[in-house]
Design a protein around this ligand. Structure first.
Ligand code: HEC
Length: 209
């Protein structure tokens, strides 16, 4: 229907006409209202879809579009509703286009997690600082533009002090996942090293996750 309307009306009118024509039946089709995010939006990290070292999901039902960007060798802009996680307690969620031009519409979350579920501890845009004093946006904005603030290890962000085995161990021991209390020897070692690292206490501004 959009195609037919757009052929007869100037572009600016299309959204309005489509909205009236759709009414409540199409609610959600015009990705303009904020994506509602609550404690219940989050769960066991490994139930999301793995992409290289991180996990993605989509709260608005657009998982295939999220995966397309996440798997692209050229990068791209993540679609509304995208959820991205590396460790259980930190999440990025894509809000609708135009929602926050500074963060490219990413909302940053820090969670508390336990076997009962997740509690949002902090959420917001450029101001969110993680429990180690690191500003999410401050690091993630350094990613080269085609990666839409996704850092990985090669996109230009300052590195985080976690090794790959530590990240894997945190993912495997997400307390929201069933069976997470069975910790294998490799993960146990990585978690011990992580505990040591936190004891020594890296400068707060360098600590990421
Ligand atoms: C010191 C810089 C730094 C800070 C602070 C930081 N991050 Fe990251 N983040 C990174 C880097 C670098 C990676 C990639 C690490 C890797 O893949 O080994 C990453 C990975 C991620 C990923 C997986 C996707 C990606 O970009 O690779 C998410 C999601 C994420 N961080 C969210 C957050 C949130 C939410 C906060 C704040 C609560 C935060 N980060 C704070 C640097 C940072």
């Amino acid at each position: 229907m959009r195609a037919i309307i757009s052929s007869v009306l100037p572009a600016g009118r299309v959204a309005l006409v489509a909205a009236i024509a759709c009414g409540t039946l199409c609610a959600g089709a015009a990705d303009q209202s904020p994506v509602p995010v609550t404690d219940a939006s989050f769960g066991c990290i490994s139930k999301l879809t793995p992409v290289r070292g991180f996990f993605v999901g989509n709260l608005s039902g657009h998982l295939p579009d999220t995966l397309k960007v996440a798997r692209s060798k050229e990068g791209g802009v993540y679609p509304v509703g995208s959820v991205v996680q590396l460790v259980p307690t930190e999440v990025m969620v894509k809000q609708p286009a135009g929602f926050n031009s500074i963060t490219h519409d990413w909302e940053f979350f820090e969670l508390d997690v336990n076997a009962q579920g997740s509690t949002i501890r902090k959420r917001g845009f450029a101001e969110v600082v993680n429990r180690f004093g690191g500003n999410c946006f401050g690091c993630h904005i350094a990613a080269q533009p085609q990666w839409d603030l996704i850092c990985e290890t090669t996109h230009g962000c300052a590195p985080i002090p976690l090794t790959t085995p530590m990240i894997r161990a945190l993912q495997h021991t997400d307390p929201r996942c069933s069976g997470s209390d069975h910790v294998n020897a490799e993960d146990r070692k990585a978690l011990q090293q992580l505990a040591e690292l936190q004891k020594v206490g890296p400068p707060a501004s360098d600590a990421a996750h």
